[in-house]
Design a binder for this molecule. Structure first.
Ligand code: HEM
Length: 527
């Protein structure tokens, strides 16, 4: 009998016994195996080596963006309609068809730039990612809380994130770097006006909106397509924090939003969002002053009314943070029949990036993990093996036939979609060109004009304080962009920096801009 066994109290007798992963009982978890009580240690001590080497591998790479987040579960309930019309007129996606039909969901809310233990009160966009476990397989709707994004071409994503992340030399997040990049990226103005207003610090995750941001398509039984944008509206209302509120919150708690969500679900106060969809015909819409595939733009609600198609309730927290929050994997490529991609140049880049990073971050068999499995559909594939494979994936009668086609058995191709590929015909020459209708300022200015006075004051203060930390050329270009968006915004920010319109009127438009007539008038105003 060892010292530790004799020390165990009697009441421990009924508790399960600790083992290692091989099922061997651990009879001493306090002392290594050594030659004599004072060492040296022996190297063949499997129990100790297994324990310490597994611990050494406990962390997986954190997400390159959206590292801090929280996952919860619930359901989506369809209304069966888009406004007064049966939804089947526009999409054949089965989860939407029948009023009252429920689909399980996992939702992960997140911040973007900080590491996995960073503050949830940071000024930062919030991620709003929903996984629908439908009977036709999973659908992921991976959105944010602000409705637009900084850039419109995926090739710029690593740059915008590098500018926003800490300096690679000092590891400090620096306004000088952020606005150095943004000053040369005029399409970011709409996002910046949102992010540096109080909307940029949501009070918590229950009181924020969600948006798909990118443009997707719906497909009906005839194979006809429409363009759609998705919006989540919280029944709890929308609420935000000022810098001062946020500083107070994070002084005592870095994870207030996770805590708030867990506590609300714990007391049965289940948060709920309504899903609304805007729709337009699937073409280029030359009559609009923006491109419907441009994710720096919103679609005016008076022309494209959002209509409610269902509601989502979150009512369960995970059993294990690592398995269900760190390893859950969302991606814009994960669509079900009846939903499709548009040619949005961000969406196509995102669609490659998500599963690519997940094969690296979680492993090539990340879709075998319970949280990522298409749990309400039948999965049968000829994909095999790889690191950490634990399920043969075949789901058929002849697992030895791991190829297709075969006349001896194995899996066959599906019967649906029993449709031709969908959508309009497209012709074009290979090129590298920005979209013609960039219109970088109109909606940024409109957003400023729609704000309440205190929100405008907050935005002006935040811009002024941050631009003050930038070089003079960056300040001038940012004031120029603000003036182009809205005269009042530009004058007020400029005043705080001692920069008037006369100081920036010599600046030419950036080489990356296509100024339209309206923007030329705005430019003339500066002179
Ligand atoms: C996470 C790439 C734009 C929302 C991620 C991740 C990558 C990524 C690599 C980490 C995924 C993981 O490790 O599991 C990109 C690229 C973009 C882009 C390349 C542009 C080309 C956007 C936009 C939105 C967005 C426009 C919002 C509409 C999210 C969300 C997550 C995420 C919500 C976190 C998902 C989760 O909770 O696991 N993104 N992203 N991203 N992204 Fe993006």
């Amino acid at each position: 009998m060892t010292d530790t066994e004799s020390a165990r109290p009697d009441e421990d007798a009924g508790r399960p016994v600790l083992t290692n992963r091989q099922g061997h009982q651990v009879y001493d978890n306090q002392n290594q195996r050594t030659v004599g009580a004072r060492g040296p240690a022996t190297l063949e001590n499997y129990q100790f080596l297994e324990k310490i080497s597994h611990f050494d591998r406990e962390r997986i790479p954190e997400r390159v963006v959206h590292a801090r987040g929280v996952t919860t579960y619930g359901f989506f309930e369809a209304y069966g309609k888009w406004g007064d019309e049966p939804i089947g007129r526009y999409t054949r996606a089965r989860l939407f068809q029948e009023a009252g039909k429920r689909t399980d969901v996992a939702v992960r809310f997140s911040t973007v730039i900080g590491g996995r233990d960073s503050s949830e009160a940071a000024r930062d966009p919030r991620g709003f990612a929903v996984k629908f476990y439908t009977e036709d397989g999973n659908w992921d709707l991976v959105g944010n809380n602000l409705g637009v994004f900084f850039i419109r071409d995926a090739i710029k994503f690593p740059d915008v994130i590098h500018a926003l992340k800490p300096d690679p030399v000092s590891h400090e997040q620096k306004p000088a770097r952020i606005f150095d990049f943004m000053s040369q990226t005029p399409e970011s103005m709409h996002m910046l006006v949102n992010l540096f207003s109080p909307r940029g610090i949501p009070a918590d995750y229950r009181h924020m909106q969600g948006f798909g941001v990118n443009t997707y398509k719906w497909v009906n039984d005839e194979g006809s397509t429409v363009l759609v944008k998705y919006h989540w509206m919280p029944k709890q209302g929308v609420s935000s924090m000022t810098e001062e509120d946020a500083a107070n919150v994070q002084a005592s708690e870095l994870g207030h939003a996770t805590k708030d969500l867990y506590e609300a679900i714990g007391r049965g106060d289940f948060p709920e969002w309504e899903l609304l969809v805007q729709m337009m015909s699937d073409d280029e819409h030359p009559e609009l002053d923006f491109d419907p595939l441009d994710d720096t733009k919103t679609w005016p609600e008076q022309d494209f009314p959002p209509r409610a198609v269902g509601r989502m309730v979150l009512n369960r927290v995970p059993d294990n943070y690592f398995a269900e929050n760190e390893q859950v994997s969302f991606g814009t490529g994960v669509l079900v029949d009846g939903l499709d991609f548009s040619d949005d140049k961000m969406l196509v880049g995102r669609t490659f990036s998500y599963s690519d990073t997940q094969r690296y971050r979680v492993g090539p068999n990340y879709l075998q993990l319970p949280v990522n499995q298409a749990r309400n559909a039948r999965v049968a594939t000829n994909q095999r093996d790889g690191l950490m494979a634990y399920d043969n994936g075949h789901g058929g009668e002849n697992p030895e036939v791991n190829y297709e086609p075969s006349i001896t058995g194995g899996l066959r191709e599906g019967r649906y979609p029993a449709h031709e590929e969908q959508g309009p015909e497209i012709q074009g020459r290979l090129t590298r060109a920005r979209i013609p209708r960039t219109n970088d300022y109109l909606q940024a200015g409109q957003r400023y004009q729609l704000m309440e006075e205190w929100e405008r004051d907050d935005l002006v203060k935040n811009f002024t304080d941050l631009f003050a930390q930038c070089t003079r050329p960056v300040q001038e270009r940012m004031v120029w962009h603000c003036l182009m968006a809205d005269n009042d915004l530009g004058l007020r920010v400029g005043e705080g920096l001692g920069i008037g319109p006369g100081d920036v009127s010599h600046l030419p438009p950036l080489a990356t801009q296509n100024l339209d007539d309206d923007e030329r008038k705005r430019l003339a105003r500066l002179g």
